[in-house]
Ligand binder design. Structure first.
Ligand code: NAD
Length: 464
């Protein structure tokens, strides 16, 4: 049963979102474009303040804030603005004998009032990037950013209130209870980014109202290095993808599967690149972030306890600092191999045969990302097709997220639905099928009495 809409803060925003959609303004393409342009201007004007907020939340380095939050979102915004007018046009499709004579087309229609729930690890990007798609498609939106990055959430709330009419886009701040309350209302679409555990809760709430959902979740992302790989370059790209944002990246490599013949070389190169990136005193590096929440910090520290260290393992509770850490052959039963790590800890596990790989990878649910470092084309193709995962890269990490032509999303336990670029616009649009039938000709075959057409009906497969 849907909760009634009383006039409190949350209820008012949800009601305004519905009413605004019903008014129809958000559906007008030129209105969407002008709202998105206003948002672009506000992000550019506030870019330094957004970076400051991210720094205050978890010491996110300015370069990373620019590259993975503000500039990432601006690139997406420019791409949408460049293409939105023609994406929104109705799409003519071929007719068939059964519709002849007619005009047949697909019309992109917004769903209505959309709820976006975001996590803390890329707190700006993961709120604003789906918002762009939802607004571009003509929806009204209520955003629920993470409670764990209060400075970034505050600036998001301010920008949104300055740019959009409240009914068009608004922000509801709060934690789990707020989120649970919001989920009791009826939405036309829910877009959730976060853990698989909470994703299941969201899916269950949405099912009660038959609300369509996108779930952007996590997983244990394997990263294979075979004996033909360019080890120094592989290590460089793995260190970058793993330790950026202090490992709190949903598509970071979770664990390394290294062919036993190159293991020693891989470890040496990983250490070399960690020190090259962050220096010998990593805790003083301006380029290394902190763990965003205390509970996640504690969980990560427990993952290191009792493990064989190859590098790092230092931490500081006051600062939520955990150094880039390499672990040697943790067992399948260990905490670190039980669940998604989502932090700067990299287990290194050696393998001998492809059967070993299969045995290890198939212990886990379908991951969000998958990486293979190899110069053996046959092996690259085999691994990339054999396993199910959201998306991946051969000979690099993380960069699959940067191509706006590629949908970004998981499969199975790592999620459902994909967004970015035109995929975002399509995700937040219902594809309405429409036919305008002409009067000038009428084929008699479909009407009763059927008797004269029964023989002909056996040929219908050629005409429908
Ligand atoms: P989380 O699931 O704990 O929280 C995400 C959001 O859900 C927050 O806004 C939170 O307030 C809300 N929430 C938490 N518990 C809830 C409940 N019981 N009912 C309703 N709402 C609830 O996730 P997190 O810890 O913020 O983020 C880390 C997870 O997100 C990791 O698993 C990571 O892999 C995943 N992630 C996925 C992507 C992706 O694009 N696929 C991106 C970033 C993070």
């Amino acid at each position: 049963m849907e909760t009634t809409l009383e006039d409190t803060g949350i209820e008012r925003k949800i009601k305004e979102s519905r009413d605004y959609f019903a008014q129809g303004q958000s559906k007008e393409v030129h209105y969407r474009i002008s709202a998105l342009k206003k948002l672009r201007k506000a992000i550019i004007q506030n870019e330094d303040a957004i970076c400051d907020a991210l720094y205050r939340d978890f010491k996110k380095p300015k370069f990373e804030s620019l590259a993975t939050e503000t500039q990432f979102v601006l690139a997406e915004l420019n791409f949408i603005l460049k293409n939105l007018e023609w994406w929104s046009k109705s799409q003519k499709v071929a007719g068939s004998w059964s519709t002849f004579p007619s005009r047949d087309w697909i019309q992109y229609e917004p769903y209505g009032s959309v709820l976006i729930i975001a996590p803390w690890n890329y707190p700006f990007q993961l709120c604003i990037s789906p918002l762009l798609g939802a607004v571009a498609a003509g929806n009204t939106v209520v955003l629920k950013p993470s409670e764990w990055t209060p400075n970034t959430t505050a600036i998001i709330a301010r920008i949104i209130s300055e740019v959009f009419d409240t009914g068009h886009v608004s922000v509801i701040q709060g934690g789990v209870e707020t989120s649970q309350k919001i989920l009791t209302y009826k939405w036309d679409y829910i877009f959730f980014t976060g853990s698989t555990r909470v994703g299941k809760i969201i899916y269950q709430s949405a099912a009660k109202q038959l609300t369509p959902v996108t779930l952007e979740l996590g997983g244990k992302n394997p990263c294979i290095i075979d004996k033909t790989a360019n080890v120094p370059l592989s290590a460089k790209r793995i260190v970058w993808g793993k330790f950026m944002n202090a490992g709190q990246t949903c598509i970071a490599p979770d664990y390394l599967l290294v062919h036993s013949t190159v293991k020693e070389k891989v470890i040496t190169e990983l250490i070399r690149h960690i020190e090259r990136s962050y220096g010998k005193e990593i805790s003083t590096s301006p380029d290394y972030a902190r763990i965003a929440t205390e509970s996640h910090f504690n969980k990560l520290v427990r993952m290191i306890e009792g493990q064989q260290l190859l590098f790092g393992g230092d931490f500081n509770a006051e600062d939520h600092y955990i150094s880039p850490t390499l672990l040697d052959e943790p067992s399948a039963a260990s905490k670190v191999m039980e669940d998604e790590i989502f932090g700067p800890i990299l287990p290194i596990i050696s393998y001998h045969t492809e059967e070993d790989l299969e045995e290890i990878i198939s212990r886990y649910e379908k991951p969000l990302a998958f990486y293979v470092f190899s110069n053996n084309k046959k092996f690259q193709k085999k691994t990339m097709t054999k396993y199910a995962f959201g998306g991946g890269t051969v000979n690099d990490t993380v960069i699959q997220i940067t191509n706006k032509n590629l949908p970004f999303g998981g499969v199975g336990n790592s999620g459902m639905g994909g967004y970015h670029g035109k995929h975002s616009f399509e995700l937040f649009s219902h594809k309405k099928s429409l036919i305008r039938k002409s009067d000038w000709m009428e084929l008699p075959f479909r009407y009763a009495p059927y008797k004269p057409f029964v023989k002909l009906a056996k040929w219908f497969k050629h005409f429908i």
